[in-house]
Design a protein around this ligand. Structure first.
Ligand code: SF4
Length: 338
């Protein structure tokens, strides 16, 4: 039987208003047309994550994956729609503040150096949240922290050191320990290995897979790298310019992607031993989310585009065999592009 959804993202959108810069404000003051612009970071996205599942969220920079991750972890409230964790909203808006409603969702950020307080000893960084939230009594915090540092492969004897005294890979282990020490039910990892050397990336990915197996983790793993996501995810979600364009179980996606953007992403990855002909960069630049193209957002870069693609936005619909769990948003699967 399929496990019920732990996280249920329902038709969420997130818009940010880009205020006028100084030059634009002066122009407006002198009578020129100038108005604040709206960035549509995420538009109408629905996604659920089951207990024990790891979902990989992939796309180019600016596609909205980090914004979606921040809504999933309660750091942002959606402009529209809602994010439910175990049936309750994960965050609520209080005036201009977003109030995170649960500690059961924790986030690991891309850059551990900026996400760790440089003036706090790492033991205090890892132990502060669990003590504050009553997960462990203050008198037991030191031993609790030592256990978590050991669990992520760090020498717990180093817990009185500061973040700058560790390497990048060690800092990311500290960030993972800090998140896990909160005993979360869901982890959101935002490009957790992108800032690390390739050899260190492999170590941190292996650590994640060990933790996943031992702790039965549920996670959203955000990455721009299809190679990274393949090894850690049960299911992969591909985003383009604020929308989901394809969802598939990991083996099915890597065997036969259904969306032209996913295929273009695969083709754009250089492969060892294939030479320069072995990869084809995706044509053109990703358009600005300030003014996304009409219809299918991918149409200006899509080799398969037809007239319908610039008129009509494709819906995310089931594709492939019944029960396979595959979705794609492309007119090629619903009557063609004419
Ligand atoms: Fe390409 Fe059209 Fe499909 Fe969009 S809807 S991916 S433009 S074929």
């Amino acid at each position: 039987m399929t496990a019920p959804a732990l996280l249920d993202i329902q038709q969420v959108s997130k818009r940010f208003v880009k205020p006028l810069n100084l030059g634009e404000r002066i122009s407006a003051w002198l009578g020129a047309q100038a108005a604040a612009q709206t960035v549509r970071a995420v538009t109408g996205v629905s996604l659920s994550v089951r207990k024990g599942e790891v979902v990989g969220l992939v796309g180019e920079s600016g596609c909205g994956k980090s914004t979606l991750g921040r809504m999933a972890s309660g750091i942002y409230t959606p402009s529209d729609g809602q994010v439910l964790f175990d049936g309750s909203p994960v965050a609520r808006q209080q005036g201009r503040r977003t109030v995170k409603q649960t500690t059961r969702v924790q986030m690991v950020h891309q850059d551990p150096f900026s996400s760790l307080n440089p003036r706090m000893r790492v033991g205090d960084t890892v132990g502060e949240g669990p003590v504050t939230h009553g997960l462990v009594p203050a008198r037991e915090a030191d031993a609790y922290v030592a256990r978590w540092l050991d669990r992520v492969g760090l020498d717990s004897g180093l817990r009185r050191r500061f973040p700058h005294q560790f390497s990048g890979g060690q800092r990311q282990r500290i960030a993972i320990a800090r998140a896990l020490a909160m005993q979360p039910d869901l982890l959101v990892l935002d490009e957790p290995v992108a800032s690390l050397d390739v050899s260190i990336q492999a170590q941190v990915l292996n650590l994640f897979m060990d933790l996943r197996r031992d702790l039965n983790l549920t996670a959203i793993f955000i990455s721009h790298d299809l190679g990274v996501v393949r090894h850690v995810s049960d299911r992969v979600v591909i985003m383009y310019l604020g929308r989901i364009v394809e969802v598939a179980p990991t083996p099915a996606l890597y065997a036969a992607p259904k969306h032209p953007y996913t295929r273009a992403l695969f083709d754009s990855v250089p492969r060892v031993g294939v030479g320069r002909q072995g990869f084809v960069p995706i044509a053109g630049e990703i358009p600005s989310p300030l003014a996304p193209p009409p219809g299918c957002h991918f149409h200006p870069r899509c080799a398969m585009a037809g007239p319908r693609c610039s008129r009509e936005a494709p819906e995310l619909l089931p594709v492939g065999a019944v029960g396979e769990g595959r979705l794609a948003a492309c007119h090629l699967h619903t009557g063609g592009t004419d």
